[in-house]
Design a protein around this ligand. Structure first.
Ligand SMILES: Cc1cc2nc3c(=O)[nH]c(=O)nc-3n(C[C@H](O)[C@H](O)[C@H](O)COP(=O)(O)O)c2cc1C
Length: 177
């Protein structure tokens, strides 16, 4: 299976990256082909809402989203990886999700598998309520097939994350695919 990981943390060596690395190790060992797409360091701009795409067509913005779009339409699974920012996904990742607008129907018809990898400082039980509600809504709307979520409670620093069970959980999620 071809897996595209949308890496939504600007920290290349942070806690989100740690989960992504362990997920990739597991999935690669299971025979899958993983590509981490570092969306935070690409030239990707917010949707302008012009709808010249007609919700399915070329976007007027000729930026790196063209490459991300091609990758998503050729893969079997998409992984949303993000630190928790004000109880949602990072703006960098949300920008990519909003740009799905221009290939909404073709993305829908792919019936991609999906997963969520995320970390937060907070460890309260409600920490991920808003993010998981959003993710589950995307799964429903885009007709994704959710394969699992790793919700890293109390992962405020790489030290906290390393000593938690979440890297192992990400590895197992990848390995079990
Ligand atoms: C802009 C910003 C917003 C954040 N918002 C939250 C939040 O709402 N809740 C929370 O628990 N942690 C929040 N955090 C903490 C991060 O989610 C946490 O430190 C995470 O481990 C960072 O991941 P990274 O190492 O991949 O950057 C925030 C951090 C930043 C920089």
């Amino acid at each position: 299976m071809k897996i595209v990981i949308l890496m939504g943390s600007p920290n290349r060596k942070g806690s989100t990256a740690m989960l992504v690395g362990h997920f990739v190790n597991g999935a690669t060992e299971a025979g899958h082909d993983c590509e981490v797409v570092d969306v935070c360091h690409m030239d990707i701009h917010p949707c302008t809402g012009c709808v010249r795409c007609g919700y399915e067509g070329p976007c007027v913005q000729k930026d790196d989203m063209q490459a991300v779009r091609a990758k998503l339409l050729q893969c079997d699974m998409v992984v949303f990886a993000t630190p928790l920012y004000y109880y949602g996904m990072s703006a960098q990742l949300k920008m990519v999700v909003d740009r799905f607008c221009a290939f909404n129907s073709s993305l829908n018809s792919r019936r991609l598998k999906s997963a969520l990898l995320t970390v937060a400082w907070n460890a309260a039980d409600w920490t991920f309520d808003a993010l998981t509600a959003h993710y589950k809504t995307l799964v429903r709307y885009i007709r994704l097939r959710d394969m699992g979520m790793v919700l890293g409670y109390g992962c405020g620093t790489t030290g906290m994350t390393r000593s938690s069970g979440y890297p192992e959980a990400a590895y197992r999620l990848g390995k079990g695919l």
